[in-house]
Design a protein. Structure first.
Length: 239
């Protein structure tokens, strides 16, 4: 069985939850994070529904920690809340995920070849069963992309702008938040149509500098420095 079919069959297990969320008109407020001072920086007092870009140098600089805080907050909404992480290079560190307060039993990790990243991410979003979906959009330094040599010449990755639009449409019924972890040092021809872009840097070991670079209402802000260590809070179902 092909990997694409494996993923589709896996996501089908979550389909009933997605239907229920859509029928009930599930529309949560902005996702509030247990990170000192962070909600005060964000325009809506938390991460909005739709596609959010976390841009940091070389896809590092605190974006993974912030994404884990979002997953933890998503799981805390209900005892049955699931989140997903699309991790092409397999760089997500399980002990670090646990240390961040995330319940591994309610986080689906998918590791597709990078050439399939966009298509798989959209399938995950269309499942409609996840509070938060994290996509490792740009590989961190040293990560090795996995390609199928047979398929390599037959497929082309979607343009980022097209992928963002597809993801935004896919999560509208379920009101999920999709986080794209990107490399802010890479050149870009035009801004992506995301609901929110946050520029992140680490000026000091124990600090996180965050700036609202793009907002759906045109709101931008100056960089503000926060303590790097997020507050850990219990999540439903955690041991």
């Amino acid at each position: 069985m092909s990997q694409a079919h494996d993923i589709e069959n896996l996501l089908a297990r979550f389909g009933s939850t997605g239907v229920r969320r859509a029928i009930e008109g599930y529309a949560p407020a902005a996702l509030s994070l247990s990170w000192p001072g962070l909600n005060d920086v964000l325009p809506d007092g938390g991460l909005p529904r739709g596609v959010v870009e976390l841009a940091a140098p070389h896809a590092l600089g605190g974006s993974t920690s912030l994404a884990l805080a979002a997953v933890r907050a998503g799981q805390a909404r209900t005892r049955t809340a699931w989140c997903a992480w699309v991790d092409p290079e397999g760089t997500l560190h399980a002990p670090g995920v646990v240390a961040a307060g995330v319940d591994l039993a309610r986080m689906l990790v998918i590791r597709p070849p990078r050439i399939e990243l966009g298509r798989v991410a959209v399938k995950v979003a269309l499942a409609g069963a996840f509070e938060v979906i994290v996509v490792d959009f740009d590989a961190v330094p040293g990560a090795v992309a996995r390609f199928d040599p047979v398929e390599r010449g037959r497929k082309r990755a979607w343009a980022p702008e097209l992928l963002v639009r597809k993801l935004a449409l896919a999560v509208e019924p379920s009101a999920a938040t999709v986080l794209l972890l990107t490399d802010s040092t890479l050149p870009r021809a035009a801004a992506w149509p995301v609901a929110l872009r946050l520029d992140l840097t680490r000026p000091e070991k124990n600090e996180l500098a965050i700036r609202v670079a793009k907002d759906r209402r045109g709101r931008v802000g100056v960089a503000k420095t926060l303590p790097f260590r997020p507050l850990l809070v219990p999540v439903f179902g955690a041991g």
